[in-house]
Design a protein around this ligand. Structure first.
Ligand code: SAM
Length: 287
């Protein structure tokens, strides 16, 4: 049974399942989302935190299950997203602290978590605009690096992130945590290196490969007036020859010390802020 509450949000009556047992099959299913195989099969993933869940729903992501701690019952924001979840055909679970700890594998779990449908875009669906900056990542291995890059891409106003070949799963809990919510604001594309090279040959974007042996200082490239793709290499191997030769420019970030290279996420941040320098200002900073 449902009606409409004072805020206009639908109200739910008796549609919340209370669960305290770890052997409940629904909980087992949610816990299995820590495995890539299960995430792939169900095309879903877990996100943690009330603000993050609200933002994701606002941005149009499909919520499948809302899970909250018993102590959250009656809190207006939680009630509102619970009502929305029910209205959209999702499941709402009120669970014990023990169950939340088991799902998140954390001692101090967030009180609100949710299962969302995965969303990936294809290269063909991209409509490039002159001020667009995309990041293309070649076989990135570290979930923390990927999450940090997605967060930085969001912060700098990049158009999205392309995951090439065997790049780590963007929907793993570790990556989602490292994005701090930016996973919901950043379009993600998966492609093989062959598909990426075909697309970039036709797309009309300037592809800048970030390379330790790049011949050009990254600060001397003119990034203005055309879409740019920043292509970043794998943490161990760097960019393979096949991808490097597909780049319009190979850029190097100067180094002065003893380090062989920069961390991938740091290098991506440096490249991104330079490529979008002309598009960024402080706007109206909070006092
Ligand atoms: N041993 C690897 C190699 O030979 O390229 C190091 C890879 S580095 C940890 C990961 C990626 O970060 C590189 O492929 C490159 O895209 C970028 N990167 C790191 N330091 C850089 C620098 N000084 N100039 C340009 N790109 C850099």
């Amino acid at each position: 049974m449902s009606g409409t509450g004072p805020s206009g949000a639908p109200q739910r009556v008796g549609q919340v399942k209370e669960i305290t047992s770890l052997s409940n099959p629904v909980i087992k299913d949610i816990r299995a989302l820590s495995m890539k195989k299960h995430r792939d099969e169900t095309r879903s993933f877990l996100a943690e935190g009330l603000k993050l869940v609200i933002d994701a729903i606002d941005l149009g992501w499909v919520i499948r299950t809302l899970i909250y701690a018993k102590a959250q019952r009656g809190k207006p924001q939680v009630e509102a997203i619970a009502a929305l979840t029910v209205a959209r055909g999702g499941l709402v679970l009120e669970v014990s602290e023990k169950v939340l700890t088991a799902i998140t594998r954390r001692d101090n779990p967030q009180a609100v978590i949710a299962v969302f449908e995965q969303k990936l875009t294809s290269l063909e669906a991209i409509e490039l605009r002159p001020d667009d900056t995309w990041i293309a990542l070649d076989r990135v291995r570290d979930p923390g690096n990927l999450g940090t890059i997605i967060r930085t891409a969001d912060a700098v106003g990049a158009a999205g992130v392309m995951l090439i070949d065997d790049t780590v799963d963007p929907f793993s809990t570790e990556t989602v945590r490292a994005t701090m919510g930016s996973i919901f604001a950043t379009p993600l594309v998966r492609a093989t290196s062959g598909q990426f090279l075909d697309w970039s040959a036709r797309a009309g974007a300037l592809v800048v490969g970030s390379h330790l042996k790049g011949s050009v200082d990254y600060r001397t490239i003119d990034y203005r007036g055309r879409p740019v793709v920043l292509l970043m290499g794998n943490e161990q191997a760097g960019l393979p020859e096949q991808l490097a030769t597909g780049c319009g420019q190979l850029a190097r970030i100067p180094q002065a010390g003893r380090a062989d290279s920069l961390n991938l996420a740091i290098a991506t941040g440096i490249m991104l802020y330079e490529a979008r320098r002309h598009l960024l200002d402080l706007g109206e900073a909070a006092p």
